[in-house]
Design a protein around this ligand. Structure first.
Ligand SMILES: N[C@@H](CCC(=O)N[C@@H](CS)C(=O)NCC(=O)O)C(=O)O
Length: 215
């Protein structure tokens, strides 16, 4: 039987946050392997769906939605739960969006820059300087998260939201960076809890990903 949702994903990439979220919401999904390492995201077929060649892409009854932040809020709005306050919820919605956008537009983007510098065909000395600068900025973002999580249980406050899922996915990318990143005890507390949830464990198993960041 065809599923309502189709998700174009690459193992362990930011698309995994959408996968975990759909599991949390008990929504079945058809997963379409769009492996970045195998360049499936550059195939002519996928570029027709997302000309920018990026995952995640969600298809809901034929409607194509790109951009992780938009997909996450769309899925949450269509499946109301404590994971994301409703559109008329006022401050709690704003705080959930703030946390989600922090992960999507600040944390994720910093990693994207680091990966781009790693692939850049520039001289080694420049690469090292730029890599150090971006890795230092990633460390600062994690320090900011850790300070926030010292006084509240989760990124958006005292309720677990979709932002915590995205943060947990991104934390597992540290091994790909050219410089070690230290995650503080409060960040570790949250990523341990989130990655241990059945919805997360199921996504790890299906995507064939090992969760190393919580160690
Ligand atoms: N702004 C986009 C960024 C998505 C993005 O950067 N996805 C990465 C995986 S985490 C990707 O598909 N990269 C393709 C590539 O590296 O070729 C979003 O939030 O959805």
């Amino acid at each position: 039987m065809s599923q309502r949702y189709q998700l174009y994903y690459s193992s362990g990439a930011c698309s995994m946050a959408v996968h975990v979220l759909l599991n949390e919401l008990n929504q079945s999904v058809e997963l379409i392997d769009t492996s970045i390492s195998q360049q499936k995201n550059k195939s002519a077929e996928f570029l027709k769906i997302n000309p920018r060649g990026e995952v995640p892409v969600l298809v809901d009854n034929g409607t194509v939605i790109t951009e992780g932040g938009a997909i996450i809020t769309y899925v949450c709005d269509g499946n109301p739960s404590p994971l994301f306050p409703k559109a008329d919820a006022g401050v709690s919605r704003a705080k959930a969006l703030e946390a989600l956008m922090f992960c999507n537009a600040s944390l994720h983007v910093a990693y994207s820059k680091a990966f781009m510098i790693g692939r850049a065909t520039i001289d080694q000395a420049s690469k090292e300087v730029l890599s150090k600068q971006i890795c230092d900025s990633i460390q600062n973002l994690w320090n900011f998260c850790d300070e926030k999580l010292a006084s509240q249980k989760y990124l958006a406050g005292d309720t677990f939201t979709a932002a915590d899922i995205l943060m947990t996915v991104i934390a597992n990318w540290n091994g790909w960076l050219p410089q070690p990143i230290t995650l503080g005890p409060n960040v570790k507390r949250v990523i341990r809890e989130v990655s241990a949830r059945p919805a997360y464990q199921k996504a790890l198993e299906i995507e064939g990903v090992e969760y190393k960041a919580a160690a």
